[in-house]
Design a protein around this ligand. Structure first.
Ligand code: C2E
Ligand code: MG
Ligand code: MG
Ligand code: MG
Length: 285
């Protein structure tokens, strides 16, 4: 009997090794194709930014925008950043793409402010590789200088997972950014195994409560408890909070009740192309 089981296990093992299913093949072919097409995306003008409003929960004012990257490819269509950012991380392109994002987003905000639109903060996502660059602070301040934008109008979003991957390095970089007046927020907070002893040393301006906790906040007592705990933690450390993925007025009411500062989500607006975002801002004004 034991022999028979061993034999089956060996067979299974061999089968697992031998067969490469058609789905697996299609999947890796797509990765290779996307990865190579991505090399031309910038030069061919296929990358675009969309902007999603960040709203103050107290008075409903738009106080910021998050820049979100879009890749429109003639053959693959609209490719999600969740799919292509990891590829760009792997092939090293992310630094160049990230620099383009920073340039475009800061210039866009400057243009809106020059047009007389109300001042707000532009939030830009930073990748792991960008955050690790030794000259990150110089690069960012140079870009701000070239755009003619004061440091206080930029906020850099770093995921909790990236910050915690090398907390001592993160503390150092955050200190440097803080020293030149650039705000940092921790993205997808609650999903990244934060160590509180490091966390308290992070110069963080804002915590972004991950949308996975917001989704069922009105129904799931555990999610309610987690969100309340995050907000209380942030408050007692003097850090602002923003909830991501707010889609309903019920979620908004609950977040207001537990003292969240800001909200972002489809309930207010999906990410919008620059012209539509400007129109949305004008409407609010
Ligand atoms: P993220 O930074 O956490 O961005 C929030 C994501 O939630 C965005 O997805 C946004 O479109 C989506 N979202 C906003 N409101 C709602 C809502 O009410 N409901 C739901 N279900 N989703 C909502 P998106 O644009 O697909 O971006 C996915 C991720 O890709 C981002 O997550 C970020 O990690 C990454 N990413 C996007 N742009 C950039 C970039 O320029 N640089 C880097 N390094 N990463 C980026
Ligand atoms: Mg983000
Ligand atoms: Mg997020
Ligand atoms: Mg995310």
């Amino acid at each position: 009997n034991a022999d028979a089981a061993m034999f089956r296990a060996k067979q299974d093992g061999r089968n697992n090794f031998r067969f490469f299913t058609p789905e697996m093949q299609t999947h890796s072919v797509r990765i290779l194709q996307l990865s190579s097409a991505l090399r031309h995306a910038l030069a061919r003008n296929q990358l675009q930014l969309q902007y999603q409003p960040q709203v103050s929960i107290r008075d409903g004012r738009i106080i910021g925008a998050e820049a979100l990257l879009r890749w429109q490819h003639p053959e693959f269509g609209l490719v999600s950043p969740a799919e292509f950012i990891p590829l760009a991380e792997n092939n090293g392109q992310i630094v160049q793409i990230g620099e383009w994002v920073l340039n475009t987003a800061t210039r866009q905000l400057k243009e809106w402010m020059d047009q007389g639109l109300p001042p707000m903060v532009m939030a830009v996502n930073l990748s792991a590789a960008q955050f690790r660059q030794p000259n990150l602070v110089d690069r960012v301040t140079r870009i701000l200088g070239e755009a003619g934008l004061a440091h206080q109008y930029l906020e850099l979003e770093l995921t909790e997972a990236v910050a915690m991957h090398d907390p001592l390095a993160a503390i150092k970089t955050m200190d440097e950014l803080h020293a030149c007046g650039i705000h940092m927020s921790i993205d997808d907070f609650g999903t990244g195994y934060s160590s509180l002893s490091y966390f308290k040393r992070f110069k963080v301006y804002k915590l972004k409560i991950d949308q996975s906790f917001v989704r069922d906040i009105t129904r799931d007592p555990d999610d309610k408890a987690i969100v309340t705990a995050i907000i209380n933690l942030a408050r007692s450390l003097g850090i602002r909070t923003i909830a991501e993925g707010v889609e309903t007025s019920e979620q908004l009411a609950y977040l207001r009740q537990v003292g969240c500062d800001e909200v972002q989500g489809y309930y207010f607006s999906e990410p919008l192309p620059a012209e539509s975002f400007a129109a949305y801002l004008k409407e609010q004004k």
